[in-house]
Design a binder for this molecule. Structure first.
Ligand SMILES: NC(=O)C1=CN([C@@H]2O[C@H](COP(=O)(O)OP(=O)(O)OC[C@H]3O[C@@H](n4cnc5c(N)ncnc54)[C@H](O)[C@@H]3O)[C@@H](O)[C@H]2O)C=CC1
Ligand SMILES: CN(C=O)/C=C(\CC(=O)O)C(=O)O
Length: 493
């Protein structure tokens, strides 16, 4: 089969790696190569960062008004809408995400650009009621410079949009490093950014591997901020890299999010919420609701109904409309899932469903919806992120126990609460230590809603009204209004 060939976007040009080296991207539904991409080395990253720095200093971008930046972002959002089907097909092909989900995600993507476009010219500084006579002082928000965006494979376009839109709204330039497993749509996004009218060098994409391309980018001395989404182990490398350049950081890492089902919940709805939380996207979601906490009086009924529902999930080719669960995105991630399932069995967790690759799916990296019952909340399968379609369930007796279990985690990204009791919903929303709380729903996102975690789930927030501020420096300006000469120079004033 002829492989699709992609080039990197550096300084508005489409380029191969200087070494000429390439790597293959595999189709998760067949495990066969489908695309060839440049394997960027340090020298390619250098070119991209220099291009981004040059673009940052170029008056064509630097002197553009914030309102004009907003208009460019709006245009980019419109172009994404016009290219929706193409982007959706490409992302589904590249990372094995269901076409029905990529259509939905790409369909909503313009909102991130349109919403953020409106924020571009609303970064107001403050006039300080300064407590020093004859001084006038004010603050301004200024762009940082070159931003590095490190993107994973599970939702590349969405996770890029929530970095790219605010970075550009604030007047920065960016070098994106998509995952080696799913780079195609990010290159397409760069093409659309050029078409929208962003000057050359404002949006750059380098393709390659984490320890080489990603590390060279994140430690580069000209990089002023790193926006990272991915695993905790990789995040530690990124944090170490930032010790070289003192770049600001946002880290959106994984989770082991609780989905808490009370006896008074609408159980049909809760079952759909659990399926949405852990089996949608084949569980490859940072917010996956992988810990099911179910009130004891409905435990048996709920588990039976969940199994009945999950067994009806149609596993199949992600490009087909009828499929409900596609493959894992990478062979490595499939191996992680298999390893954690084996460990769960060895530790004594009871396998209620799944726990293996389905038959009849060829070489693709498919895995069945899987459910473990746990007697102890300290089991590895209750504590470690799987990033696959594997849930663990445990009963609880009352609200206090549900809360204690929910907070018994090194992570704190998301939580689902299923109840008809309004007071209880609000109490838990207040007391559960995680960055996102969904009550009677799950995996809802919005351009207006900040996402990010507590604890090992990372720090910083993306999306929402403050997202652009996270890509700025705050400057304080002092103006001495007095005509008198400077007094005593040896004291602080
Ligand atoms: N929070 C999330 O959305 C995601 C979490 N994960 C978690 O991470 C685990 C590992 O998955 P991976 O595919 O290995 O994700 P990863 O965290 O290694 O990859 C994310 C991005 O970081 C880059 N990267 C890797 N090493 C780097 C380095 N030293 N310096 C700079 N960039 C580097 C990768 O090339 C990719 O673009 C998964 O099992 C899952 O638990 C994975 C993907 C997304
Ligand atoms: C981040 N998110 C919702 O808040 C959801 C995602 C993206 C991710 O996993 O990082 C998803 O469910 O795909």
């Amino acid at each position: 089969m002829t492989l699709a060939r992609f080039q990197m976007c550096i300084d508005g040009q489409w380029l191969d790696a200087l070494s000429g080296k390439t790597f293959e991207s595999l189709d998760p539904s067949s495990a066969q190569p489908w695309a060839l991409l440049p394997d960027a080395a340090e020298e390619d990253v250098e070119r991209a960062v220099q291009a981004a720095q040059k673009a940052f200093e170029n008056p064509a971008w630097r002197k553009l008004s914030a309102t004009a930046r907003g208009k460019l972002l709006r245009r980019l959002g419109d172009l994404i809408a016009e290219n929706r089907e193409h982007l959706a097909q490409l992302e589904s092909r590249d990372n094995g995400k269901l076409i029905r989900e990529t259509r939905g995600q790409v369909g909503y993507l313009p909102e991130f650009f349109h919403y953020t476009a409106g924020l571009a010219d609303k970064l107001e500084g403050g006039t300080l009621p300064i407590d020093k006579p004859d001084m006038f002082a004010y603050t301004v928000h200024e762009p940082l410079g070159v931003v590095a965006g490190i993107i994973p494979w599970n939702s590349p376009l969405y996770l890029t949009a929530i970095k790219l839109a605010p970075a550009l709204a604030a007047g920065n330039t960016i070098v994106l490093k998509p995952s080696e497993h799913a780079s195609a749509t990010i290159l397409e996004l760069a093409r659309l950014a050029l078409e929208a009218g962003f000057p050359a060098g404002v949006v750059n994409v380098v393709t390659g591997f984490g320890p080489s391309t990603g590390a060279a980018l994140t430690r580069h001395p000209l990089v002023r901020k790193i926006a990272f989404t991915g695993g905790a182990a990789t995040a530690r490398h990124v944090v170490r890299s930032s010790a070289e350049n003192f770049a600001k950081l946002s880290l959106e890492l994984g989770g082991k999010s609780p989905n808490i089902i009370f006896a008074d919940a609408d159980l049909d709805s809760a079952i759909n919420g659990v399926v949405a939380g852990i089996y949608a996207a084949t569980g490859q979601s940072c917010v996956a609701g992988s810990r099911l906490l179910v009130q004891r009086e409905i435990y048996d009924e709920f588990v039976a109904r969940l199994i009945e529902r999950a067994r009806r999930i149609r596993i199949g080719n992600p490009q087909e409309d009828a499929s409900e669960m596609g493959p894992m995105a990478t062979a490595q991630q499939l191996a992680v899932v298999e390893g954690l399932v084996a460990a769960a069995k060895a530790e004594g967790a009871r396998l209620l469903m799944g726990g293996k690759r389905p038959e009849g799916q060829g070489e693709g990296w498919y895995y069945e919806p899987t459910l473990f019952a746990c007697d102890s909340h300290s089991m590895r399968i209750m504590q470690e992120e799987v990033f696959g379609p594997v849930a663990s369930v445990i009963p609880f007796d009352d609200e206090a126990e549900a809360l204690a279990l929910a907070n018994d985690s090194q992570y704190g990204l998301a939580a689902g609460i299923w109840t008809r009791d309004l007071g209880r919903a609000h109490r838990l929303a207040r007391d559960v230590r995680s960055g996102i709380i969904w009550v009677n729903t799950y995996r809802a996102v919005s351009a207006m809603a900040p996402i990010g975690g507590f604890h090992q789930s990372g720090y910083g927030r993306e999306s929402g009204i403050d997202s652009v501020l996270a890509y700025t420096e705050l400057k304080t300006v002092w103006i001495n209004l007095s005509q008198a000469p400077m007094p005593d120079p040896f004291v602080m004033r």
